[in-house]
Design a protein around this ligand. Structure first.
Ligand SMILES: Cc1cc2nc3c(=O)[nH]c(=O)nc-3n(C[C@H](O)[C@H](O)[C@H](O)COP(=O)(O)OP(=O)(O)OC[C@H]3O[C@@H](n4cnc5c(N)ncnc54)[C@H](O)[C@@H]3O)c2cc1C
Length: 324
């Protein structure tokens, strides 16, 4: 494949334009660094736009409650004064270090970028929702089976089943409850892996909560019409009429490409030090993709990591390229 080399040498290339990459780009602008943002998707926003634009987010300092899509718009407004160039639909497939310490990043479609540093804010790599091996699930994908809430009005007046017991499932259930007719949430145990406040809200809502319950089958004609639910203790199966099944049992990490970059990984995440630097000097990681003891996968922690990474990148550039 012919290569399209961008002649410009950046101070920092930010790979991944989710909330963490966007905030990192803003911070690079604030620190007067020449930056570019690259994302494999056709739009920025990461999980905010891909999975939960309609969901309320409650844990951003100074913002009591904000929908995912509005948080994304605010991030774009925040970044706008710095006019950071953006490359969309470009997946970074290779990062190499040249002999002069410069980084060379290559995308799947043959674009080549050079930079002094890079911040990897890849999230979970590709967003692949975790699926279950249940009759009807694949068959009804896009015809009633969904993995996120993109447009709240689509759920208006619908009977909804939500599957999952983590923050994502409970958050999506509470979001959809604003407009749907009725909602069942099933979870395979009676212990929810979610914030206490969210669990309280769910129990005080009109949702029917079925613990020790699992999906046995999805049935319908053109679209989903009903589901079979199995009690995991008694094995009793009950049938429920539903229009939509939201599967929120987690996302699968896809770091296939990253494995070849020589960057240390641990449990499907990139290992970083206290400066959020990887084992490759000048290459940092922030957000969901970064791991260290005590790591929490949240927008707030990711944003803090992006600031740490950018601050250290600035310092690294002064030390490593004093004449550039
Ligand atoms: C349903 C749900 C609800 C949530 N609710 C909350 C909440 O209320 N509060 C909260 O703080 N957190 C919440 N989270 C978690 C939060 O969304 C994540 O912590 C956050 O999105 C991480 O941001 P990120 O930028 O690191 O990754 P992402 O948002 O995943 O963005 C990563 C970006 O990198 C791009 N990318 C990946 N690989 C490449 C590559 N090789 N080349 C180029 N681009 C690449 C992807 O396309 C993507 O756009 C929730 C998550 C889910 C699923």
């Amino acid at each position: 494949m012919s290569q399209m080399v961008n002649p410009e040498c950046y101070d920092v290339l930010i790979v991944g334009g989710g909330p963490v990459g966007l905030f990192g780009a803003y911070y690079a602008g604030l620190r007067d660094m020449r930056a570019r943002l690259i994302d494999r998707r056709h739009e920025l926003g990461g999980q905010l736009t891909a999975i939960y634009p309609e969901k309320w987010v409650y844990d951003i300092p100074g913002i009591p409650a904000i929908r995912g899509k509005v948080l994304f718009e605010n991030l774009l407004t925040q970044i706008a004064p710095y006019a950071i160039p953006v490359s969309l639909s470009q997946e970074v497939v290779l990062i190499q270090k040249n002999r002069n310490n410069m980084l060379r990043l290559e995308t799947r479609d043959g674009h080549v970028y050079h930079s002094k540093t890079a911040v990897l804010s890849l999230g979970m790599g590709a967003h692949i929702p975790r699926r279950m091996d249940v009759p009807g699930l694949r068959e009804f994908e896009g015809r009633g089976v969904v993995y996120g809430v993109h447009n709240l009005p689509d759920f208006k007046g619908k009977r909804v089943l939500v599957i999952g017991g983590g923050d994502s499932a409970l958050d999506l259930a509470l979001t959809v409850m604003e407009v749907c007719k009725d909602l069942i949430l099933i979870h395979r145990s009676d212990r929810f892996n979610a914030h206490e406040e969210t669990v309280k809200k769910l129990y005080s809502s009109n949702a029917e909560i079925k613990t020790y319950s699992e999906l046995a089958a999805i049935e319908g004609a053109d679209v989903v019409q009903r589901v079979q639910l199995r009690d995991s203790r008694t094995k009793n199966v009950t049938i429920h009429d539903v229009d939509v099944v939201i599967v929120a049992i987690g996302l699968i990490f896809n770091l296939e490409g990253v494995r070849d970059w020589g960057i240390e990984l641990e449990s499907n995440a990139i290992v970083v030090d206290h400066n959020r630097q990887t084992n490759m000097p000048g290459v940092y990681a922030a957000g969901d993709i970064a791991t260290y003891p005590g790591k929490m996968r949240l927008i707030g922690t990711g944003a803090a990591e992006a600031m740490q990474a950018i601050n250290h990148a600035k310092h690294y550039i002064h030390e490593t390229f004093p004449y550039l």
